[in-house]
Ligand binder design. Structure first.
Ligand code: FAD
Ligand code: TPP
Ligand code: MG
Length: 572
């Protein structure tokens, strides 16, 4: 059959099972957008290519499928860059398709030419420049294959305009992808597994460090089975949250810079760390020289380059986490660590960690209260995306994630502006889910134009702006480490209610705790996207905090007395 390159792109996307594409048109991808009209894949017009990239990323994280975003050449492609880097840092599988100038003009500073494969080389798992129509289909198939297999990640395919326009005789070829040298299917050796089993059976104070790999490999039940059988407490990374239900008795909570104090102490005092699909990010370890020095370490990881990258380990098991845990479970015998668990429980103290809802109302509205209330009134079932900053950490601490994959956040790159577009993308993946995005007043303004996308597409997400009048997380660092010299962190905001209304959407404002419930309920009952402006305490800080590069056990604690109950025992 006769097909243009542009038609081949859409037919290949259909064969790959693509549900939705997020993007923005321009000169160099006009043929693609023209052909799109003849194919049934829905397209969501973002208001900025960064928004489209985060939508595709949010879609991917909420669906487990490969997300797709498109942009034109030059400024369209460079606008994607932050979104590509965000997906790359968090191992999110997204295929980016950019239009490129006509191939004979490449290298001549043609109108809207940028070397996008050059620019994105370090932030993609792989990228391609396609100038020949014959290469389009198999390149795209490879791109999807690379994005979703092994350690997932973004892949960019840059297609010259003349290749999109060329007409050829074409048949779809679904022969298996073969990429010499690419090994996404590594398995640990039996001898290494056995060594790991020996360490596991002889440990006295083990801690599991559960990361994003748990969710990416779908190892939730294997993790739970392993933790229960070996009586091992589980600490989670920010991106691993919900890998084990928050209310599971062995779930300790989040580790790291803003992790719970007892979690970090348990890690520092453990004699065996079992790192499951996590990459020992510096927010997680603090000072590497003093990190869990008394612990043997076993690292299960699909990407060999992560083994011994940040933390030297005793055993590295390279393979898919779910499969590797299933293999280990064939050998692992039940263990009893009740003493160790009781010791950690003691560190937790009697104050129920997140039980902050019963505190007296001192007339101030605290972000932690707002987030905890959102958790309560959504019955913990909402799919929550966040932006980056204090509100992100409070969401990690005060929204208890019991359902896997319900927390979507930019961890590695920490991209402000991620919250709203990722929520829109996630809603396409889970149309029946109640989707909330919890954003800061600063970050929201970076991509608030995507409200127009939500309005045009009729997408319903609820936007909770934690409005503290500051770039709060940076202000907190200035408070702690720069003698309260608030340089460029106070932020004057527009009227967010009016912004919502300008888009034909509903805007609400909350200034007191007593109003939180009715606002959340109103958002739930209103058709279309709702924006709630929560006017919270301006100078609150996230505790505990391990200063960057400090020892993991050296945490800054909330000064007492405080309007908020500390999240752990005072005496620690
Ligand atoms: C303001 C701010 C504060 C932060 N504070 C904290 C904090 O206090 N605590 C915290 O934990 N994080 C914090 N973070 C996030 C932190 O920067 C990292 O993003 C996070 O710790 C990474 O978690 P991860 O290693 O589980 O996930 P990723 O970075 O996504 O790594 C996942 C790992 O799993 C591997 N993997 C993928 N698939 C598989 C598979 N199938 N089988 C086996 N392995 C697989 C990957 O190769 C990778 O090594 C913060 C971020 C921000 C922006
Ligand atoms: C694109 C981008 N620019 C700058 C930063 C640095 N940064 C990290 S948190 C933060 C403050 C965020 O402020 P806000 O969105 O109001 O959230 P809050 O911390 O107040 O909850 C800044 C500026 C970033 N993470 N991303
Ligand atoms: Mg703020």
């Amino acid at each position: 059959m006769k097909r243009t390159g542009a038609q081949i792109v859409w037919e290949t996307l259909m064969r790959e099972g693509v549900d939705v594409v997020f993007g923005y048109p321009g000169g160099a991808n006009l043929p693609l957008y023209d052909a799109m009209l003849d194919y049934p894949i829905p397209h969501v017009l973002a208001r900025h290519e960064q928004g489209a990239a985060h939508m595709a990323d949010g879609f991917s994280r909420a669906s487990g499928k490969v997300g797709v975003a498109m942009a034109t050449s030059g400024p369209g492609a460079t606008n994607l860059v932050t979104g590509i880097a965000t997906a790359s840092m968090d191992s999110s599988p997204v295929v980016f398709i950019t239009g490129q100038v006509v191939s004979r003009f490449i290298g001549y500073d043609a109108f809207q030419e940028t070397d996008v494969t050059g620019i994105t080389l370090p932030i993609t798992k792989h990228n391609y420049l396609v100038t020949d129509v014959d290469e389009i289909a198999h390149t795209l198939r490879e791109a999807f294959y690379i994005a979703r297999t092994g350690r997932p990640g973004p892949v960019l395919v840059d297609i010259a305009k003349d290749a999109q326009q060329a007409l050829i005789e074409w048949e779809y070829d679904d022969s298996p992808i073969r990429l010499p040298g690419y090994r996404p299917d590594l398995r640990p050796a039996l001898s290494e597994l056995q060594k790991a089993v020996e360490l596991i059976q002889s440990a006295k104070r083990p801690v599991i460090l559960a990361g994003h790999g748990v969710l990416l490999s779908g190892a939730m039940s294997e993790l739970q089975e392993f933790a229960q059988r070996t009586s091992t407490p589980v600490a989670l990374t920010l991106l691993g949250l919900s890998g084990l239900p928050a209310d599971h008795p062995l779930n300790l909570g989040m580790m790291g810079m803003h992790g719970e104090a007892w979690v970090n102490h348990a890690i520092q005092e453990s004699d065996l760390l079992l790192a499951f699909g996590m990459r020992f990010d510096d927010r997680v370890t603090g000072n590497l020289k003093t990190y869990a020095t008394g612990a043997k370490k076993i690292h299960i990881e699909i990407d060999p380059s992560e083994i011994n990258k940040n933390v030297r380990v005793d055993i590295g098991l390279i393979g898919d986490l779910r499969e590797t845990l299933a293999m280990l479970l064939e050998f692992v015998e039940p263990c009893d660590h009740s003493e160790w668990l009781a010791y950690i429980d003691e560190m937790k103290g009697s104050s129920a960690v997140r039980d902050i809802q019963n505190l007296p109302d001192d007339g101030h509205l605290y972000a932690a209260h707002v987030i905890n209330d959102i958790w309560r009134y959504t019955n913990g079932n909402a799919l929550v995306t966040t932006d980056v900053g204090q509100h992100q950490m409070w969401t990690a601490q005060y929204y208890k994630f019991n359902v896997p994959g319900k927390m979507i956040t930019s961890g590695g790159l920490g991209t402000m502006g991620f919250g709203l577009p990722s929520a829109i993308g996630a809603k396409y993946a889970q149309p029946d889910a109640e989707v909330w995005t919890i954003v800061g007043d600063g970050g929201f303004q970076m991509t608030q134009a995507e409200l127009a996308t939500a309005a045009q597409e009729g997408v319903k997400v609820n936007v909770a702006i934690i409005n503290n009048g500051y770039l709060g997380m940076v202000r907190q660092w200035q408070e702690f480490f720069y003698q309260r010299r608030y340089s460029a962190t106070p932020i004057r905001n527009p009227d967010f209610v009016k912004i919502a209304e300008a888009h034909g959407l509903t805007g609400l404002r909350v200034t007191e705790r007593a109003e939180v419930e009715s606002a959340v309920r109103a958002a739930q009952q209103t058709d279309g996207t709702v924006v709630i402006d929560f006017r919270v305490e301006q100078e609150d800080s996230v505790y505990p905090m391990v200063p960057a590069g400090a020892d993991l056990h050296n945490m800054i604690r909330r000064p007492m007395p405080s309007a908020l109950v500390e999240t752990t025992q005072d005496s620690l």
